[in-house]
Design a protein around this ligand. Structure first.
Ligand SMILES: *Cc1c(COP(=O)(O)O)cnc(C)c1O
Length: 479
């Protein structure tokens, strides 16, 4: 009986061998994968920023899994042709659509290191070093915002989950019974609505506050709404301000909003997924004055710190609110100082077992140094002003208001014909060329082109190319 079992176990064991390549095979496979990634990066400067699916899928390999596995070279070819090529090249210096980031190479290496050692970063006793790094990263992010040491934070998969995490903390702290009202502008990111819905506050009374000519929340309108609710017996619960709207990069008047929130006892949340981390550079910090007065801030290192996708962060000024909302067991509710490495990430977030995300943030900051990040952000802000100035000098363009951060929403005003229709054809022309990737949006019903400059690889010659692409488009459509 035991002998039979032994034979069966040995047979199965032999079949598991492909799961653990030996030392030589690991070097061989690792070298191939690294070469592949390096080759991709070597081509990034010149590759199109947008490619149609049909072009890439001309070369096809079955996506289905096989019982016995495939040759790694064929699999890597597939990765190149059918995964890396089609669609938008978010790594391109000429990708200025949506909110770019670029994807730092150091972070890719950090991911590899994190996955290879597979430390259990959810729980301090299991991986004290990993948790120390995670807490150091969130404390650093909090300090960039200007938060005091009472702050706590957690790394999330992105800005949407960061906003959700903050909203749950805000709910537990200020609206446990429900019924409190929410205040935001129509330029708030749609993930805020989604977060309210998931947090069980989708039916909370919602006040959409009017905006000024720069798409910023009108303080007087907010004040009026808060006072009207207070008079009517509706409790102001949550004010969501934007530090960088997606459409135009507008920053709401944060200090004034903070003051109103204090007066009315409302939780002040700032969605800084796009703009919040500009606080790292001098110009950004000035523009974001007041963000440090927020009760919570959602951030997106995969945008404004140029990381690969999958890293957001939320920071809460009084860190106890995060622990209150997410600690599963009362045993964990103790002062941070009681553990050597700070709180366990699992006590600050809805997740338990999780990717060791901090490594992809920590490694580039360690190796490249903070000054390079600060300079890159300053460069992007200056490039947006440069793009705006260049358009202002070309006949026929409405360059929109001067950029708050690094997004410019603009349009061309043709001498005749429908303006929206012309600009929709203009964005299509630019995108069909595939050289420069810009996006479009509707503001107050009008169609605008958006140039969002935030890839760390984007420099002045790429912004010049963007201007050229738009001018070429106008010529082609007017011809
Ligand atoms: C990108 C963005 C979000 C959503 O973040 P994800 O990382 O895409 O989940 C939310 N708010 C703003 C202002 C953003 O720019």
């Amino acid at each position: 009986m035991i002998d039979e079992l032994r034979t069966e176990i040995e047979r199965l064991r032999a079949q598991t061998r492909p799961l653990e390549p030996d030392s030589y095979q690991r070097r061989e496979l690792g070298g191939r994968a690294l070469d592949h990634a390096l080759g991709f990066l070597d081509r990034v400067e010149d590759a199109p920023s947008l490619r149609s699916a049909s072009e890439a899928f001309a070369q096809r390999l079955e996506v289905e899994f096989t019982e016995d596995g495939r040759d790694p070279a064929a699999v890597l070819d597939y990765v190149g042709a059918c995964i890396e090529n089609p669609g938008i090249a978010t790594t391109s210096p000429r990708f200025m659509g949506y909110i770019p980031g670029g994807g730092l190479f150091h972070s890719a290496l950090g991911d590899m290191l994190a996955a290879a050692s597979n430390k259990y970063s959810g729980f301090a006793p299991a991986a004290p070093g990993a948790v120390r790094i995670e807490n150091a990263c969130t404390q650093w992010l909090a300090s960039v915002i200007g938060y005091p040491e009472t702050a706590a934070g957690t790394l999330t998969s992105g800005g949407s989950l960061a906003n959700l995490t903050a909203m749950v903390a805000a709910r537990d702290a200020r609206d446990p019974e429900g019924g409190g009202a929410v205040y935001l502008t129509r330029f708030a990111h749609h993930c805020v609505d989604k977060a309210l819905h998931i947090a069980g506050r989708g039916r909370a009374p919602k006040r959409v506050i009017a905006t000024d000519a720069n798409y910023r929340m009108l303080v007087e309108a907010l004040e009026e709404a808060l006072e009207r609710d207070s008079r009517a017996g509706v409790r102001p619960w949550l004010v969501v301000a934007s530090a960088g709207t997606v459409d135009t990069g507008s920053v709401d008047p944060l200090p004034e909003i903070a003051e109103l929130c204090r007066r009315h006892g409302a939780w002040f949340h700032v969605d800084g997924a796009y703009g919040g981390l500009f606080a790292l550079c001098d110009e950004g910090r000035t523009k974001l004055t007041g963000i440090e007065q927020a009760d919570s801030v959602a951030l997106d290192p995969h945008k404004t710190l140029f990381l690969p996708y999958g890293t957001g962060a939320v920071v809460v000024r009084d860190g106890r609110h995060l622990i209150d909302a997410f600690s599963a067991s009362a045993e964990y509710i103790r002062p941070f100082s009681e553990t050597d490495v700070g709180p366990s990430p699992a006590d600050l977030s809805p997740e338990l077992t999780r990717h060791f995300r901090a490594m992809r943030l920590w490694l580039p900051l360690q190796i490249a140094g903070v000054a390079a990040f600060r300079a890159a952000q300053g460069e992007k802000l200056a490039l947006a002003r440069y793009f705006h100035s260049r358009l202002s000098e070309i006949d026929g363009f409405d360059p929109g208001p001067s950029p708050n951060l690094s997004v410019v929403a603009f349009r061309y005003l043709p001498k005749s014909g429908d303006v929206d229709d012309f600009n929709e054809r203009l964005i299509k022309h630019v995108q069909d060329e595939g050289r420069v990737m810009l996006s479009g949006t509707r503001i107050h019903g009008r169609f605008y082109l958006r140039c969002a400059i935030l890839c760390f690889r984007t420099h002045i010659e790429h912004v010049d190319e963007a201007v050229d692409a738009v001018v070429r488009g106008v010529k082609a459509l007017s011809g």
